[in-house]
Ligand binder design. Structure first.
Ligand SMILES: Cc1ncc(C[n+]2csc(CCOP(=O)(O)OP(=O)(O)O)c2C)c(N)n1
Length: 346
């Protein structure tokens, strides 16, 4: 996939205060550092696996800042950036990837659903929550996140249709990062843009440069305002790119050219904002270095918290999927208990 040159709408960053822009920039640095540390933790055996987002910071941080704390997020496994901005502690995300049940429980008042790994299944959840908000007359927007590959799933189409018919206060936010694991967009869909799919459901579709923080912020804000006015859903296609592998379990160099990755790195979302801040005279290289050091302390504190959390008993794997365990799973659970003793806690 080539970087997309022409996307709508064009952001007018002059309208944003220095304070807000600096805040968003600091969040992007935090998110990138968090992400890199998570990959290292996985490589040293301290996380089970991990889905990196490096390259997608503008899409996620811009989206997060455009929403209100009362809005509800329905994330996939890659939404660490927007989740952190929305108030999810980094330690919770680390615990999730470390296989702890605590990693699925946001603090009270942080309106984020647990991560959905089956792709697109969270989109009907978001639409359902938006329907509830509408019926209750609440001023709340739900946001369902998905990737380009997930737009081929039935759940996505059913959710879009329902959202369109009932004019629900929902944003369906697609980060088109060019690949579904190793499958490129050209093998995923015959349409030129994913945004145009929205028309088939009577939903407004917007395509935005997902590496442009300000464009994403403005686009999501506009969609959220529209939803709050009762004017229905928006499907947003944020065109971006992931620099690394789909997860730490695959090797992206097997399915794409290094030159393509380099081409996208030249459009790095963090560098773009840094340039604006330096041009505005409110940021310097020295401040930048200090900021990276500061976020390192914050991320380290979250890692320490994860490592201080007692390990989990293996048999808790069986706790949450069924109210009453089927017989074959009872047998498996009992075998785990026999093998590990005491439920398997270390
Ligand atoms: C229903 C379902 N089918 C297949 C998978 C296996 N799978 C995991 S991620 C993935 C690709 C998703 O790609 P995309 O939607 O583009 O999102 P991205 O991971 O790039 O953010 C697939 C096929 C799954 N998790 N769920």
């Amino acid at each position: 996939m080539q970087p997309t040159e022409q996307q709508q709408p064009t952001a007018t960053h002059e309208t944003l205060s220095n304070e807000l822009l600096l805040d968003m920039y600091r969040s992007m640095i935090l998110v990138r550092h968090f992400d890199r540390r998570a990959v290292h933790l996985q490589r040293t055996g301290r996380l089970g696996t991990y889905a990196p987002l490096e390259g997608q910071e503008a899409a996620q941080v811009g989206c997060g800042y455009a929403l209100d704390k009362r809005d509800w997020l329905f994330p996939t496994y890659r939404e660490h950036g927007v989740s952190i901005v929305h108030g999810l502690p980094m330690s919770t995300i680390f615990l999730y990837w470390n296989g702890r049940p605590e990693g699925c429980v946001p603090p009270e008042g942080v309106n984020i659903f647990p991560v959905s790994v089956p792709i697109a299944t969270q989109v009907p959840h978001a639409v359902g929550a938006a329907w509830a908000s509408k019926l209750k007359g609440e001023d709340v927007v739900s946001v369902g996140f998905l990737g380009d590959g997930a737009t081929s799933e039935g759940d996505f189409h059913e959710a879009m249709n329902f959202a369109g018919v009932f004019k629900l206060p929902v944003i369906i936010f697609c980060q088109n990062n060019g690949f579904a694991i190793s499958v490129p967009l050209s093998k995923q869909t015959a349409v030129e843009t994913l945004a145009e799919k929205a028309a088939g459901y009577g939903v407004e579709g917007v395509r935005v440069d997902g590496n442009d923080l300000l464009a994403v912020y403005e686009t999501v804000k506009k969609a959220a305002d529209k939803a709050r006015r009762g004017e229905g859903p928006t499907f947003i296609e944020a065109v971006t790119y992931r620099y690394g592998s789909h997860t730490t379990a695959d090797d992206h160099t097997r399915y794409r050219e290094a030159s393509e990755v380099e081409e996208w790195k030249a459009k790095d979302p963090i560098d773009r904002v840094k340039k604006i801040l330096i041009e505005r005279g409110v940021w310097s290289e020295e401040q930048d270095l200090a900021e990276w050091a500061k976020v390192d302390g914050d991320v380290q504190a979250a890692i320490d918290e994860m490592q201080a959390t007692p390990s989990v008993a293996h048999d808790r794997l069986f706790d949450y999927a069924y109210a009453e365990l089927p017989q074959d799973l009872i047998e498996q659970r009992d075998e785990v208990r026999r093998l590990y003793g005491n439920g398997g806690a270390k």
